[in-house]
Design a protein around this ligand. Sequence first.
Ligand code: PGA
Length: 246
Amino acid sequence: MKKLIVANWKMYLNRKNSIGFLRNIQYSILNIQLIICPSFDVLAEIAKNKPWGVEIGAQDCFWEKRGAFTGEVSPADLKEIGCQYVIIGHSERRHYLEETDKMINKKLKAAIEAGLIPIFCVGEMAAERKKGAAVKRVREQLKKGLAGLSLSASQQIIFAYEPVWAIGTGNFCPVAEAVKMHRLLKKEAMRILKRREIKVLYGGSVGEKNVLEYLNQPEIDGVLVGSASAKIESFKSILCSIQSFL
Ligand code: PGA
């Protein structure tokens, strides 16, 4: 199975740099699946002009299809402009925008209904890990996020284990610990969704130096890369190291 590389550009790049970025990437890696998640302002343009083989995701969506919801973006509209994926429940939205598990649950359902594949992010805070409550928190996020959600055979959801303390800090999660959390997450998500297979990505300070360590683990189906995916040179180095070793 191909490993997934999700590039979450967050709000790092303006329009010119986003467009220029993709022109600069020689995408010749056939043994991975590459998903780029630009910001909303360039999403349609990038979805229209994306290089062959690259897939596009949004960084968020709203839970309603249409209506008086100022500033929100409908999952149906994302699908229409060529998005296949949408990140939901990212810790930056949970913390800066105070998104709750309940809101995330509604977004997951709406995204799936619109035909998108959600990339559902979960992960504990440093304080929760410190007091030994990491597993409890991730279980709770899964339970609440997936409440009442059932998938048809053709519908999909991808998970991302993103410990909050590892995001943007350079303090990445030791691989053995990430593997442990992935096993738990897979088991739990498979049980809740009654699925035999579930993809789980790792995210949090992934860069060229550690990406292969994660990708070489059978439990880790791919990586979600933030800041290192928004700098041309570092992203190229990540792709290069994957190309030469996978
Ligand atoms: P980072 O972000 O790679 O900058 O740590 C990861 C993420 O936010 O998904």
